[in-house]
Design a binder for this molecule. Structure first.
Ligand code: SF4
Length: 174
């Protein structure tokens, strides 16, 4: 059975920067949970950050790939550089994903760690830009298909493709 890495906050865990969860009511996610497929994970907490914690954004509208390359930092609104914790969390997520043979991940949009299609632009003014978070970028770099929480049906299609191919389908993501 294929396992799926999922942002812990989508599963009701109160791990977000503000101490809240972002519980998903998606039926497919609930089915996967019942089947025991889900591997909930919070990269920021596992990277050593507390709950609650200051909100953080990737500077200058850059994406997670730039952070992985050392070309951009993750900063709080107060200017604290929290890049090392974000990188550690991303590496921990990858290690857990590999340990379960994960090929598909469902992640929380907009997060500087988990965002798949959108991020905040680094100004802390609530403006979004296209881009992947640090963990999403690292997982994708290692062949794991990443989907935001509003694209769980697409994640399901990919999962079926992988299972139909005996777990060997070419990964991808969006
Ligand atoms: Fe949720 Fe990811 Fe943020 Fe953790 S790092 S609270 S799992 S969006």
């Amino acid at each position: 059975m294929e396992r799926i890495l999922v942002s812990a906050c989508l599963m009701g865990r109160k791990v977000r920067y503000d101490g809240a969860a972002k519980t998903s009511g998606d039926a497919l996610l609930a089915t996967w949970r019942q089947e025991g497929r889900l591997v909930p994970f919070c990269p920021e907490v596992e990277g050593g950050l507390p709950v609650p914690r200051p909100a953080a954004e990737i500077e200058s509208g850059a994406g997670g790939a730039a952070v992985l390359a050392g070309a951009a930092r993750v900063l709080t609104a107060g200017g604290e550089d929290v890049t090392p914790a974000f990188l550690a969390g991303a590496q921990a997520a990858l290690a857990v994903a590999r340990s379960f043979g994960v090929k598909v991940a469902v992640l929380k949009e907009g997060s500087p760690s988990c965002g798949v299609l959108t991020l905040y632009d680094g100004t802390f003014r609530g403006r979004r830009l296209p881009g992947r978070g640090v963990t999403a970028a690292l997982l994708e770099l290692h062949g794991i298909a990443v989907f935001g929480e509003d694209r769980i049906a697409e994640a399901g299609v990919r999962l079926r493709e992988i299972e139909d191919a005996g777990g060997t389908a070419e990964p991808g993501g969006r």
